[in-house]
Design a binder for this molecule. Structure first.
Ligand SMILES: CC(C)(COP(=O)(O)OP(=O)(O)OC[C@H]1O[C@@H](n2cnc3c(N)ncnc32)[C@H](O)[C@@H]1OP(=O)(O)O)[C@@H](O)C(=O)NCCC(=O)NCCS
Length: 154
């Protein structure tokens, strides 16, 4: 089972060094970009996905109930938004993506939130199958060109 450790000064470099495949770069921002954007994203939290001493991926969420969260019209503040998810090329296909979704779901449940939300580039090779298999459903909304999905938790 991987561990989800809050991003820290000591883990910045190893997490920044992780990469997706070239053909996946349009699906997710680089980890360095996520780290930089998080400074301006109230409610954001970044977790490294670790297999013992090995960094294998990165998960970033936004707690939408944060008083300064940057919500779009129609967003439900009672949710945890899966903002970024990536697993390094050498570690994909071993269940880490699914484990990250379980972790995000457990965060949302611990905090009593009613929704887990994600938006996805719906293109071949994208992560839509992962989310639908996990139990997310399309809301019918398109947010910033991405298909929004939700999982209700209550
Ligand atoms: C999407 C991603 C995080 C999945 O991580 P992972 O550790 O490989 O996922 P898992 O091993 O938990 O896969 C779970 C299931 O989803 C499927 N799946 C995962 N990614 C998939 C993809 N891109 N296309 C099709 N199916 C996919 C797997 O086949 C697997 O199904 P199986 O158990 O029947 O084989 C990883 O592929 C990645 O980093 N992709 C590039 C970035 C990206 O698209 N991020 C999502 C942004 S919304």
């Amino acid at each position: 089972m991987p561990e989800f450790r809050p991003f820290s000064r000591d883990t910045l470099r190893p997490l920044a060094a992780l990469n997706v495949h070239d053909e996946q770069t349009s699906f997710v921002a680089s980890n360095l970009m996520t780290m930089a954007q998080s400074i301006f994203e109230p409610g954001s939290e970044i977790y490294g996905i670790w297999e013992k001493a090995t960094p294998v991926g990165l998960l970033a969420v936004v707690d939408m109930s944060h008083p300064e969260a940057d919500l779009d019209e129609g967003d439900n503040p009672d949710g945890i938004y899966v903002w970024r998810l990536m697993v390094d090329t050498t570690h994909q296909g071993r269940g880490y993506g699914t484990a990250a979704l379980e972790f995000a779901k457990s965060l949302a449940c611990e905090r009593g939130r009613s929704n887990l939300v994600v938006s996805v580039v719906d293109e071949p090779g994208g992560a839509m199958p992962l989310y639908e298999k996990f139990g997310f459903h399309r809301t019918g909304r398109i947010v910033d060109g991405e298909v929004e999905l939700v999982m209700r938790l209550v």
